[in-house]
Write a new protein. Structure first.
Length: 82
């Protein structure tokens, strides 16, 4: 395995805030794996292929609560009311 800088950025060279708020969630969502288990080549490939090459098509929305609170509970409520 590789070494970690201990900064919370997975040794990526990114700031801990950038890693935690952008890189880690994007890599996890697009690669269906924890970012710390991905190779640098896989991470760069997915970032280029999905984020950089298609910036106009890439739209990220962050929940302002838990996914259960913001998505599933209202959905279940609407289904139950139907």
């Amino acid at each position: 395995g590789g070494s970690s800088s201990g900064s919370g950025s997975g040794g990526s060279g990114a700031s801990p805030a950038l890693y935690e708020r952008f890189l880690a969630p994007i890599l996890c969502a697009l690669m269906f794996a924890p970012p710390e288990e991905l190779s640098a080549a896989a991470a760069m490939d997915v970032l280029y292929g999905y984020v950089l090459a298609h910036q106009d098509d890439f739209d990220v929305r962050w929940c302002r609560g838990t996914i259960a609170e913001e998505i599933f509970e209202p959905w279940v409520g609407r289904i139950a009311a139907a």
